[in-house]
Design a protein around this ligand. Structure first.
Ligand code: ADP
Ligand code: MG
Length: 572
């Protein structure tokens, strides 16, 4: 008979050992989709007091786990079935790894003897090796008595150093194998200090401060590594003591409020081009920052980089002052060694930034005042912005092309880690998974601002949102297409152009099917009213926000990344 591992002289098995290992390490939530061979694992977890949230697609469950990891510094757990379920979850695991979010994808797998000889088992796949290129690490458990150490290893790998995604393979026969309960209990591992502090070297701190003290035109860039570190007060103290302008990367918005006087967000291209000393705090010089190169950046600018990962340094451009350590420790060391007035930005630099900000604020005001029927992105987002202006509790999830680019600029963030978006990959499909993860983890309301195309990738999770009655409001920016909805099929015929979606789609009826509140709005006032009502209700809602199909630009702000044919097609 199988009983719990705590009863001596009894037996336990892989299912119980896995659940016990999670509980021992304070993991309280699993996101997943059940089926062979993990159904009983979810059942048992639930019976043991772990919250299990069942999804409609593994990718969304994985995204919920990943964002939980980002928000809590503890790995989010995603549970899937073998082969296809695993592969569906793998996209989320890869995205988590790319974004440095700690998560563990746990998948059941088929009989290893058959899989390895490729004899055609049910859902046959060598999952561990398939996961390796897309994860920080991939492990397989081959004996039930190894489950404890495997869970410990997976957790530590996910959260220590640079956080990332870990794959843990649980073959069906390991789950079902019974062993002596006492042996099992003794095999479990309670992890001590899963993400040890990594203190920066004192000389690295001095080198960085020396560079900053000699700067005329310093600039601080805050990335989501800084947000992840949860060192908000120390970080603010540091930035304020430097008096330097700062730029938040999209998910670092709100670490210092977007209306902070030192924010240079609305003078972004100017400060990138002109800064002479740039301090990167938990941000990589990847495509989102033009790889640190001209024309966006001055070739003579010197860089300071704070990161937990030593091999990030010099990855795109030479770094004059690397500071390797966890952001919390590194920023604390900087604060201990800096006084107000140590860094003296040239007043002309600050004036020039202030002038740009004023000019750009005027341009933005003009865009926001654009005619409101039919709505465009700006008039609609103005309404959303006004409703969210005094709601620091609300999480904002955001994906799409124009919907992402424009919302990022229009919607100010006033609290840390409240903006969750397409991130390092610029990926579509994170919307409902992130929204559910944030709502479950925090209990706070979530507003997911979604392009109509982006929403489609995870739209079926509306049922999940309604089943768990989560305080999630989805706003679908419906312009009837990818980028925009007015392209034509250049060959004539009845098929739509590749970018076109259904203009007449009533997305609000999808949520009504599951008992949520649907709204169909065509003006900023009705949008604001619907959003207020939905937030007040703290219940699932979807606002189908109809905007002009002719609004939006191809590839949003990434036009330069979208190669276009030099030769016109027939019929163009
Ligand atoms: P963004 O997209 O916001 O610019 P990135 O994801 O490019 O941010 O960069 C985040 C960086 O932060 C990564 O290089 C990662 O190694 C680093 N990082 C993540 N967590 C920490 C931490 N706790 N301490 C120090 N660095 C961190
Ligand atoms: Mg669209």
């Amino acid at each position: 008979m199988v009983t719990t591992a705590t009863e001596p002289s009894a037996q336990t098995d892989g299912f119980h050992l896995f659940v016990d290992a999670l509980k021992l390490n304070h993991i309280d939530t699993i996101y997943g989709v059940v089926g062979i061979p993990v159904t009983d694992l979810a059942r048992l977890a639930q019976a043991s007091g772990i919250r299990y949230l069942g999804f409609r697609h593994e990718q969304s469950a994985g995204n919920a786990a990943a964002i939980t990891g980002y928000l809590t510094q503890r790995p989010g757990i995603c549970l899937t079935v073998s082969a296809p379920g695993f592969l569906n979850g793998l996209v989320a695991l890869a995205n988590a790894t790319t974004n440095c979010f700690p998560m563990i994808l746990v998948s059941g797998s088929s009989d290893r003897a058959i899989v390895d000889l490729q004899q055609g088992d049910y859902e046959e796949l060598d999952q561990m090796n398939a996961a390796k290129p897309y994860a920080k690490a991939a492990y397989r458990v081959n004996r039930p008595e190894d489950i404890g150490i495997a869970v410990a290893r997976a957790i530590r790998t996910a959260v220590s150093g640079r956080p990332g995604g870990v794959y843990l393979d649980l073959p069906a026969d390991v789950l079902r194998t019974a062993i002596d309960a006492q042996t099992g209990a003794q095999s479990l591992v309670r992890i001590v200090d899963p993400a040890p502090r990594q203190l920066p070297a004192p000389d690295a701190i001095e080198r960085a401060l020396d560079l900053l003290r000699h700067a005329q035109r310093p600039l601080v860039i805050l990335g989501k590594g800084a947000a992840y570190a949860q060192a908000d007060d120390t970080l603010r103290t540091f930035v304020e003591r430097t008096g330097a302008p700062f730029l938040p990367m999209s998910m670092a918005k709100g670490l210092l409020r977007d209306d902070h006087p030192q924010s240079a967000a609305s003078a972004r291209s100017f400060v990138l081009e002109q800064a002479d000393v740039v301090m990167l705090i938990g941000a990589r010089l990847n495509w989102l920052l033009g790889h640190g190169k001209a024309p966006q950046w001055s070739p003579s600018a010197k860089f300071i980089q704070l990161d937990v990962c030593p091999t990030e340094i010099d990855s795109n451009r030479p770094i004059a002052a690397p500071v390797i350590g966890d952001i919390r420790s590194s920023v604390a060391s900087l604060v201990a060694r800096i006084e107000q007035g140590d860094v003296r930005p040239d007043p002309a630099w600050l004036d020039a930034i202030a002038q740009r900000k004023t000019a750009n604020a005027q341009k933005m005001a003009a865009r926001l005042a654009a005619p409101s029927e039919p709505m465009g992105f700006y008039s609609a987002l103005r309404a959303v912005r006004d409703v969210l202006a005094d709601r620091p509790d609300v999480y904002v999830v955001n994906e799409g092309a124009n919907t992402l680019d424009i919302a990022r600029n229009v919607i100010d963030m006033i609290a840390p880690r409240k903006r969750l978006d397409a991130g390092t990959w610029g990926v579509m499909g994170i919307g409902m998974g992130y929204a559910i993860g944030a709502a479950v983890q925090s209990g706070n309301p979530v507003v997911a601002i979604e392009g109509d195309s982006a929403f489609g990738f995870s739209g079926m999770e509306l049922e999940t949102i309604c089943r768990y009655r989560l305080p999630v409001t989805v706003v679908v920016f419906n312009n009837g297409g990818i980028y925009r909805g007015d392209d034509v099929n250049r060959a004539g015929g009845t098929d739509t152009a590749p970018t076109v979606l259904m203009k007449t789609a009533h997305y609000e009826k999808l949520i009504e099917a599951f008992g949520g509140a649907g709204y169909h709005v065509t003006s900023p006032d009705s949008l604001a009213g619907a959003l207020r009502e939905a937030l007040e209700s703290r219940a699932p809602a979807l606002i189908n926000c109809v905007i002009d199909p002719a609004t939006g630009t191809e590839s949003g702000h990434l036009k330069n990344l979208n190669p276009q044919s030099a030769v016109k097609p027939h019929g163009a």
